[in-house]
Design a protein around this ligand. Structure first.
Ligand SMILES: Nc1ncnc2c1ncn2[C@@H]1O[C@H](COP(=O)(O)OP(=O)(O)OP(=O)(O)O)[C@@H](O)[C@H]1O
Length: 726
């Protein structure tokens, strides 16, 4: 075959070798000989070829490549029934498929021609790949019967609407550089993996949400403005790559991190790799895990507290062996925890008092300031935060809630244990503090009843109720996934029954009643018990794991080191001269616990033998664990003494040394050294802050106001509110 002035002539021997190159000047034409017949014809580019009619004689051609010529007529293809691949790109063709259909034609490239209208391609049903870029098509049509078409490109045409593609098995679709302003009619393209809609006028990503296999989307140079549009792609779990470059949405400050948050499976965003750091930052910013929220909350209050003149809250100062006793009732909104807390404090008024939180929400009918909450304005609340007055805060339903140190101290000064209620976030935050409360989860096990109850209350909007209900799962999940997180779980479907269980628990905990011999499960109504089996089982499991965790050598060792360090500091500061002697000689009480027993139980309501305190049976074993484990649990908490120590980032490097502490100890406490040793707040405390020892042999808490607070308290509730030493 030879080429003469823009046409192909037939002088080609029929028995060409496997690859024949007819080279004349720059011309190069390759034929592939196959089974004694020319099967492929690849014409060199840019040769201004116009007439290819001679190819009619090459009926066995399977591959025909004629790009970059000036061909206007391809009717010769009608004589190539075996043709599989045709590349006639960059020519001057105006006729769309202007030839009889080769039965097996699979791949066609007509890009960069002058075609204006698509026609019915029913006869080309073998087509798998069709490239029609840079023509002048304005409507997509005629492809309905192309049931094998997996790759279609119509870039840079005049298409303004996406249509005519229904149910095609397309895996790749390119409609870049058109005039499309809406993503539509793609929902039946179930196989679509790669979509290019760049350089259009698209404003919204709606219309992509059903393309389950979509892995790559190019939307560069469109008109997407809102970050939230990315949410339409949220459920496309195979989406790995998206390009939103040159869209107005890029102007948002948090654009990248927000998109990464919404599309967490992404590997490439705007042609840049999405790093693990970016993913973590995105989650921490928009949906921080509970621990992160709690850590931030705790850090905020700690820092603000450090910025204030230091105060020693002697009533609840962290102790080595017996942390200040506190009971936290937690559970979803309106699960009854507040009501139960009040009831408990009323009935056990010699032991517990209600710790009222602060809130910025207005009082409901019947609520009293100072009794249910301290109702404050948003401004007051934020002032309190900045004054370092809170231990934890959280926002719920658009309002702030916070537990102030003073609320707890007020109760503690009376010699009582503080009983509070709060949501899960509060619990997470409180767990970062030096307090070591017992946490009782009150959880609805029959959701319908809970919903009825919420409705009956009449306070809540549908959205609020939905939130409350959805949080049941959150509580259940935390309980399942975090062994030991809650000390006890009580189903609260039946309030009276729940109170009975709580009461029983507290009695055992206070040593007022023989332990029932089992966990709370035994106390539950049959129906609830079955429904909450999961919770109860996991509680038992939790408990074991918690004990084990406390007993691990690392923790025990750390606790021991901490304890010695603290003793040394206190000895140096003069707070506890006998620290070393005490450390080695002191006999640790049999069962110190968060609601610790006194070493000398008094007569009265609690004259029964003092039993190891705990909220439920398994807790008994916790509290009777080894001294080291007790020390561990006592010292693993963050000590408020740390406020004055080198651990505090806000202080100088020598801040932790003993001598630096001394002035603070004395002046801040406003009492002499004796009062720091072996004194109890149970004795009446006059306004002058006089304290009197009642348990000189108590192991006490070095540096703290040693008070075997609970249980039991023989003289009952203290009437003399002496105030904390500040
Ligand atoms: N300091 C706090 N930290 C975290 N959560 C808190 C705090 N104080 C209160 N909460 C919780 O915030 C939620 C909303 O409290 P609020 O009193 O407004 O609701 P409620 O409808 O009266 O529900 P409830 O009867 O449970 O108190 C409740 O679950 C409550 O326990």
């Amino acid at each position: 075959m030879s080429v003469r002035s823009g046409s192909v002539s037939d002088r080609t021997p029929a028995h060409l070798p496997v690859s024949l190159c007819a080279i004349s000047g720059f011309y190069r034409m390759t034929f592939y000989w196959h089974l004694n017949r020319i099967s492929d014809c690849v014409w060199p580019q840019g040769r201004d070829l116009k007439n290819v009619s001679i190819l009619c004689n090459y009926i066995y051609l399977q591959k025909l490549e004629l790009p970059y010529n000036k061909i206007k007529d391809l009717s010769c293809v009608s004589h190539m029934p075996y043709l599989i691949t045709l590349d006639a790109s960059h020519n001057q063709l105006t006729d769309f498929f202007g030839f009889q259909p080769p039965k097996n034609l699979k791949e066609v490239n007509f890009s960069h021609n002058q075609m204006t209208a698509m026609k019915d391609l029913s006869a080309y049903s073998s087509l798998t790949k069709l490239i029609l870029d840079h023509n002048s098509f304005s409507v997509i049509r005629g492809l309905e019967k192309c049931k094998r078409l997996s790759h279609l490109s119509l870039a840079h045409n005049n298409i303004s609407r996406i249509r005519g593609l229904d149910h095609l098995p397309l895996r790749e679709l390119c409609l870049a550089g058109n005039m499309i302003n809406k993503i539509e009619n793609l929902q039946t393209l179930h196989n679509l993996q790669v979509l290019d809609l760049s350089c259009n006028r698209i404003q919204s990503l709606t219309g992509l949400q059903n393309l389950r296999f979509l892995g790559t989307v190019n939307l560069e140079s469109n008109l997407i403005t809102e970050i939230k549009e990315a949410a339409h792609l949220h459920d496309l779990i195979l989406l790995r790559e998206i390009n939103l470059l040159k869209n107005p949405v890029q102007d948002h400050d948090d654009y990248r991190i927000a998109v990464i948050f919404l599309l967490q499976h992404l590997i490439l965003l705007d042609k840049q790799t999405v790093t693990a750091e970016e993913k973590v930052a995105a989650v921490n910013k928009y949906d921080p895990p509970l621990e992160v929220v709690a850590a931030r909350d705790h850090m905020t209050h700690l820092v603000y507290q450090l910025m204030q003149p230091q105060v020693i809250f002697d009533s609840t100062l962290p102790s080595l062996d017996a942390p200040y006793p506190m009971l936290v009732l937690t559970g979803p909104q309106a699960c009854g925890k507040r009501e139960l807390a009040h009831k408990l404090c009323q009935e056990f008024s010699d032991y517990f008092a209600y710790g009222a939180c602060h809130t910025t929400r207005g009082p409901y009918f019947g609520e009293e300031d100072g009794l249910d909450y301290h109702f404050v304005t948003e401004e007051e609340f934020h002032n309190m935060i900045q004054m370092g007055q809170f231990i934890q805060t959280m926002q719920y339903g658009g309002h702030w809630y916070g537990l102030s140190r003073e609320s707890i101290e007020r109760v503690a000064r009376e010699g009582l244990a503080c009983c509070v209620h709060m949501e899960l976030e509060g619990v997470f935050s409180l767990k970062n503090s030096y307090f070591e409360p017992r946490y009782v989860l009150l959880i609805p096990s029959v959701v319908d009843n809970y919903v009825l109850f919420l409705k009956a209350r009449g306070f809540y909007s549908n959205a609020q109720m939905e939130t409350a209900v959805s949080r049941i799962d959150l509580y259940a999940r935390i309980n399942r996934e975090r062994p030991g997180f809650f000390d006890s779980i009580i189903p609260c479907d039946d309030r009276a029954e729940a109170y009975r269980s709580l009461k029983q628990l507290v009695k055992e905990y206070l040593g007022l009643e023989e332990h029932s011999g089992g966990d709370t499960t035994g106390e539950l109504p049959a129906a609830s018990a079955t429904e909450s089996t999961d919770l109860m089982d996991s509680y038992s499991r939790n408990y074991q794991k918690k004990i084990q965790a406390n007993m691990t050598p690392q923790r025990t060792e750390m606790a021991s080191n901490h304890r010695r360090l603290q003793q040394i500091r206190e000895a140096l500061s003069g707070k506890s001269p006998g620290a070393y002697a005490e450390l080695f000689q002191r006999s640790v009480p049999a069962a110190p616990s968060s609601l610790a027993s006194q070493s000398h139980p008094p007569a009265g309501p609690s004259s029964s033998p003092v039993r190891p305190a705990g909220l439920s049976a398994p807790n008994l074993s916790e509290d009777s664990s080894s001294e080291e484990s007790r020390a561990s649990s006592g010292l693993s908490m963050r000590s408020s003494a740390g406020v004055f120590s080198a651990e505090s980032p806000a202080r100088g490097s020598d801040a932790g040394s003993g001598p630096n502490i001394e002035p603070l100890d004395i002046s801040m406490l406003g009492q002499d050294r004796d009062s720091l040793r072996g004194l109890t707040p149970d004795a009446p405390r006059p306004a002058s802050d006089r304290v009197s020892p009642t348990h000189p042999s108590s192991p006490g808490r070095p540096g703290a106001n040693v008070k075997p607070v609970l249980p039991p308290i023989p003289s009952g509730r203290k009437t003399n509110d002496s105030g904390s030493k500040q």
